[in-house]
Design a protein around this ligand. Structure first.
Ligand code: DGJ
Length: 345
């Protein structure tokens, strides 16, 4: 039977609609694939500004927290020898999404302090790598972050708390966990509700893992030293089939280097290094990026996503994101480059 002219028209209009970019309610183009390294706009059409990010899945909604990098990049005198460029600290941004492609800007979850140079959140200090976990016992959202002085000599871990995933987070304090330096860090919440702070310590030489208190607000004295003398930064941790996996970078400031991976049967170790999980061109510089977080892909038990930063040290505000699929292997995992990719593939 021949379709009628009106049915034909309806079908061609539908096809045209489906193959055209779909707009969301705010008029910005909706995304349906990842484009690592390219500008990634939020649902209002502005570039996502959430660097060194951390993620939380809560009641079916994904939250992306990150460093807000706005304004001029400059090099403080104290950081000239190692290229430690800076932007003024503005705070921690929060975005929400139901599908990981399209992110709505939920505003500033933790704001910097403009007028008190002694405050940890003072605009002239460093706030990096915010990570948020939810505490089922206290019903609070807990944010951990790297707090530092402009010259990175303070080396503290800071903590803030909120009743809502979108904030506002109330800043509590920063410390050196177990009297040890803490710079790049992440938090990992295990299936049994215990949470751990992974932090680059001992002047960036050795990583520490500290069990957090039951309310997640303090590091406990239960801690281990791992990857001794290996100078690992940018830790990100995930669990697969009962094993713990870690991805991290070497220690070269904003400049990219070869990533490291490791596996452990027990989160407190021993950890076994597995080498660089990246494969192919630019694998030795993590595709010009650095790990920030490893995200479990929605609806799947065996798929993970590498979330990285591609820093622009001369214009930090223009730093980009690298999201790439993780392939689990017999020994560990691999991260391969894709110009574009979709979760459904
Ligand atoms: C490398 C770290 O991974 C980043 O978070 C940041 O602290 C830069 N160093 C600063 O140079």
């Amino acid at each position: 039977m021949k379709p009628s002219a009106s049915l034909f028209l309806a079908l061609s209009t539908a096809t045209l609609f489906l193959s055209s970019p779909v707009s969301n309610s705010q008029g910005a183009e909706a995304q349906n694939e990842f484009k690592p390294g390219e500008i990634w706009n939020d649902t209002a059409g502005a570039p996502i500004n959430a660097h060194g990010g951390g993620f939380l899945l809560h009641n079916g909604v994904y939250y992306w927290y990150g460093e807000l990098k706005i304004g001029k990049t400059w090099t403080p005198e104290s950081n000239r020898s190692w290229g430690g460029t800076r932007v003024e600290t503005v705070g921690v941004s929060c975005y929400s999404s139901s599908n990981l492609y399209n992110w709505k800007n939920e505003g500033v979850a933790l704001a910097a302090v403009k007028d008190d140079p002694k405050h940890d959140l003072y605009k002239g200090k460093v706030l990096e790598r915010p990570k948020v976990i939810y505490n089922e016992t206290t019903s609070k959202f807990v944010m951990w972050m790297h707090i530092d002085s402009e010259n990175y000599k303070l080396a503290h871990a800071g903590v803030a708390v909120s009743d809502s995933p979108k904030g506002p987070f109330h800043y509590i304090e920063s410390t050196r966990p177990n009297d040890s330096m803490s710079r790049d860090m992440t938090v990992f919440k295990d299936d049994d509700g215990k949470a751990y702070l992974f932090y680059t310590s001992e002047n960036n030489q050795t990583m520490h893992i500290a069990l957090l208190s039951k309310d997640y607000l303090k590091p406990t004295s239960t801690f281990v030293r791992v990857f001794e003398g290996r100078s690992m930064e940018a830790p990100s941790v995930f669990k697969y089939k009962g094993r713990y996996y870690l991805m991290a970078s070497g220690c070269t400031g904003w400049a990219p280097n070869a990533a490291r991976s490791a596996v452990a049967e027990n989160i407190m170790g021993p950890w076994k290094e597995l080498g660089n999980p990246c494969i192919g061109p630019e694998a030795e510089i993590t595709y010009r990026g650095q790990s920030a977080y490893i995200l479990k892909a929605p609806g799947k038990t065996d798929s993970f996503i590498f979330v990285g930063d591609r820093w622009n040290p001369h214009n930090l505000q223009d730093s980009r994101y690298l999201w790439l699929p993780i392939q689990m292997t017999e020994k560990g995992f691999e991260v391969r480059w894709h110009d574009t990719w979709k979760l459904e593939e």
